[in-house]
Structure formats: C-alpha cells, structure tokens
Design a protein around this ligand. Sequence first.
Ligand code: ADP
Ligand code: MG
Length: 547
Amino acid sequence: MKELLLEKKGKFILYIIACFIPVLTDLLQIGVLALVFEAVGNQSMDELKFAGFAALGATILGAVLFISSRLMRISYMRDVVLTLRIKAFDKIVNMGYKQFNKRSRDVYVSNLINDVNTFEADFFLSLINVIFRFFMYLAALIILLVINWKIALIIFIVSILVFFISKFYEKRTVRYQKDVSTANEKFTVDVSNVFNGLEILKLNNIEDSFLEKNKKAIKSLEHKKFKFNIFTSFQLYSNFAIGNFVVIGLVIYMIYQLQNGLSYGVMIISIQLSANIIFSLVNLFPLVNKLKASSAIFEKITVPEEVVESNGSKNPFEYNSLININDVSFSYENNKVFKSINFSFEKGKKHIVKGPSGSGKSTLFKLISHVIDDYDGSIDVDGVDLKSVSMSSFNEKVSYVYQDVFLFETTLKENICLYKDYSDDEVLDACKKAGLEDFVASLDEGIYTMISENGKNLSGGERQRISIARALVKKAEIIFVDEATSALNEEFGRQIESTLLSLDATVISISHKYFDGITNKYDIVLEIKDGFIATFKGQDYFDEVLV
Ligand code: ADP
Ligand code: MG
C-alpha cells in the first residue's frame, strides 16, 4: 500500500498540501467570524468594516484555494488508480497455471472491475478526509492551547476516548468490506454462468430457477453492502453524539464565562476551535477504518498469493537427452490413474500416446508440465528432478497444441507471437513451417489481418496451424499435442499430422486417429492401459501390435 502511494513522491507531497488547504480556509473563516463578534461586542463601526473586508478577502481566497486544491489532487489520484489497475492485472497474468485455475475466471473479472471501483470510490474520499481532519485537529488544538490551555486539555482527553471507541470498530469494518468484495465475486460468477449457459437453460426451460438463484445473489450482495454502510454510519453517528455532548457542555461553560469578562471574540474562537477539533476526530476514526478496509482490498487484488511452486533451488529447464518417468503413481482422490509407470521421452523424437478415453493421457501431460506435482515416484530431466526446475523456464521451452485453439481478437501476428516480440520474418517463417503460407497469402493484410470473434471464420485446420505456428515462433523444444486432429476431417487431419512429424522438436502427441502412411512414422508409441504404460518402437507397433 505504502509503495503505491509513494511511487510518485512529488505528486504525493502536492496531494498532501492540497488536503491541507481546506484547513487554512476553515481557520480563516473562524478568524473572520471572531472578528465580527469582537466588533459587535465592542460596538465599533471601524472594526466591523474591517471584518467585512476580511470576510470578502477570505471568500475570494477560499475560492482560489479550493480550485487549486482540486487541481493538485486530480492527477495524483488518476496515477494511483492506474497503477492499481496495472498491478491487479499483473497479479492475475503472472499467476502459475495451477493457481490461476483454482478460481473461476469471473472472480478475476470481479477483482478488476468491482474491487477497483470500490477502491476508487472509497479510498480517496477517505484519504483526503483523513488528512484534512488530522491537520485540522492538530492546527486547531495548537491554537486553542495558546488561547485556553484548560479547554485544550479537556478536548484532548475526549479525543483519546473517541480513539479507543473507534479501535473497537476497526476489525469489523475491514471484515464487512471484504464480505462485499466476496459477494461481488460470487455475483459476477453467477451472472457469467447464466450468460454462458443461456442456450442450455432456455432449451431446458430452466431459466426461471436460475433467475431465482441470481436474485438471491443480488439480495445477498446488497445486504452485505447495506451492512457495511450501516456499520460505518453507526460509528460516525455514535461518535457524533459524543461530540455534540462535549460541544454543548462547552457552550454553556463559555456563556457562563462571558459574565466573568470573557470577550465575544475569544468565546467564539474557542467554541469554534473546540467544535472543529472534536468533529475532526469524530469523523477521522471511522474514515481511518474505511481507509484500512480499502487498503485490505488493495492487498487482496494486488499482492501475489504464496506461489505453490515446489521448494529448493530453481534450476533452468535444460533438456538434452531424456525426460525419465520413474515409478510414478498418481491418483485423483480415490481414482487411481497411474499405478507405477516407467518410461522416457527422447529428445527430438516423435512420441504418440494411445489409450482409451479416461485412461490418463491428458493427466500424463499434466504430470510433465508441472500442473500436477503431488505424485509418488519421480520425474527427471537428464537427471535433474523436474520439481526443482523453474516453471517459467519450462514454459518458455514448451508449447501446447489442443483440440480447441483459443484466438484473441487481434492480428494474426499477435495471435502467433502471443504478445511477445518477434520479427515479421520469424512469424512468416513459423507460418511457412506450420503450413499457413497459402492462408497468409490469401489475406489482404497478411499477418496483420485482424482475427475477429475467436476466429469463427477460420477452419479447424487453420486454427490448429496457428497453434503450431505459436510453438514454432517461440522455438519450443517440446510440443505437447492433445487430440489436435480429433475434430478435423481426414484431409486436414493428415496434413496436420504430417506437419507435426516434420517439426524440428520433441513432439508428444495424444491421438486416437490412425492416418495410413503418416501415423506409422511416429518414432515411439506409448500405450496406457489399466494404469500402466507400455512402450513400443513406432515401426514395431504399427507393423505388429496393431494388426
Ligand atoms: P484421457 O485424457 O485419457 O481421456 P484423463 O487424463 O483426462 O483421461 O483422465 C483420467 C481419469 O482421471 C479419468 O477417470 C478422469 O475422470 C479422471 N480425472 C481427470 N481429471 C480429473 C480431475 N481434475 N479431478 C478428478 N478426476 C479427474
Ligand atoms: Mg484427454
């Protein structure tokens, strides 16, 4: 939190000064009021005239100060909110794959929209007021100390009392604000579910029951917001009651003092200053609590959670010869997928993984790509334990080709580079090797053509080729392919399969299909059956086992 505020020190100092300006204008007004009362008390026309001029001057100065105070604050606030948005976004983008998948995507959307908005609305309003009230308290107390130290002392004792009462409220304020954030997340997830599944809901005539569920989520969200608002207001008003009580007592005391020769001016200035001190405080503490609540939201959306990567030194991923799977067993809760498997992936070779649906082919990929690491046995890369290998270094050198290819709404080039820097030549080269050359040539703007609406005009084969081009442009050493051809027709399937076999990389491909004259060119076949893996030379498997 502190770093966020202090990132631009110059602007922050300006912001603090801007928050102090209203203190000056308020004190000026008190001074003018005291002059008026003093003049009336002394029944002097000259003094009254002077007070009139002073009032006029204070009003003009006040207006100028007000405008400059606003201008001084705006740019700082904009910077902070922008930094917050970037930090919140970075946190999500930099999450490990495993961690990212722990929550629904809509939770992240809610953090980026609802929480940032809550922060923007609450935080600055609280911050400016906290600074303003604090300065006001300090300035007024010092002046009062000079004018009447006894009253200053009483007021100071009252302020300590208000402080302790507010401390008592603090934890709850923070908790209620967090509840609002969680309810926002839940609501966003619910709404998104309805929109994504609207077709199914309508086809089954069950949209009403979902509507009911949504209404409940809205009610719960509003209830949580209501609770937070009521609670902060309650704090404010209970403190206010204390403030009123003290000020009224003071007024009575002062009127009594008038009979003992106290001047009107001093009376007014003492009452005004005391009221300012008390009410600054009364407002200050609930705002501090609200500020703490905003700051908790900030932590929640920007501070990376503890990374679930395994301990130990982080070795770079260096694959020169073999990835060995040694006696690996793995279960999802009660479902034993691998009993004890042993085999190796050979560098540069083309591997095909076979096995019935549900036998664990996709799970095997998850074991090798760090997504699952709670298995028994070990996996090593040329002798280095995979768990000690840094995930980011691993991810730099591998690429995935899935049945579904997600395309972003941007140019073909960005879709291939995935927002990393590659030259046009590198991209064109990857396109060529991935078999996209003719496709690119057919586009008016070549690789700068926009892909719209998740590329709905592209064929399945073209999408797969874009996915292969992604692997090629980043010069992936290992390409994992999970049923890339299962949705393609015979012709496209054959083409993609031969492209994969032609690549200068280690390919590990899951496929059910057999394309005569192509699939038999795989070097190694891994067959998963009943929790075990059998390894075959491609040639032997397709010549003997399969027939
Ligand atoms: P395949 O890719 O060979 O079809 P999977 O590796 O996807 O098989 O799944 C292997 C088994 O593990 C299946 O019985 C599947 O139901 C189960 N499974 C897969 N993913 C999970 C998961 N995240 N949680 C629990 N069980 C899972
Ligand atoms: Mg699968």
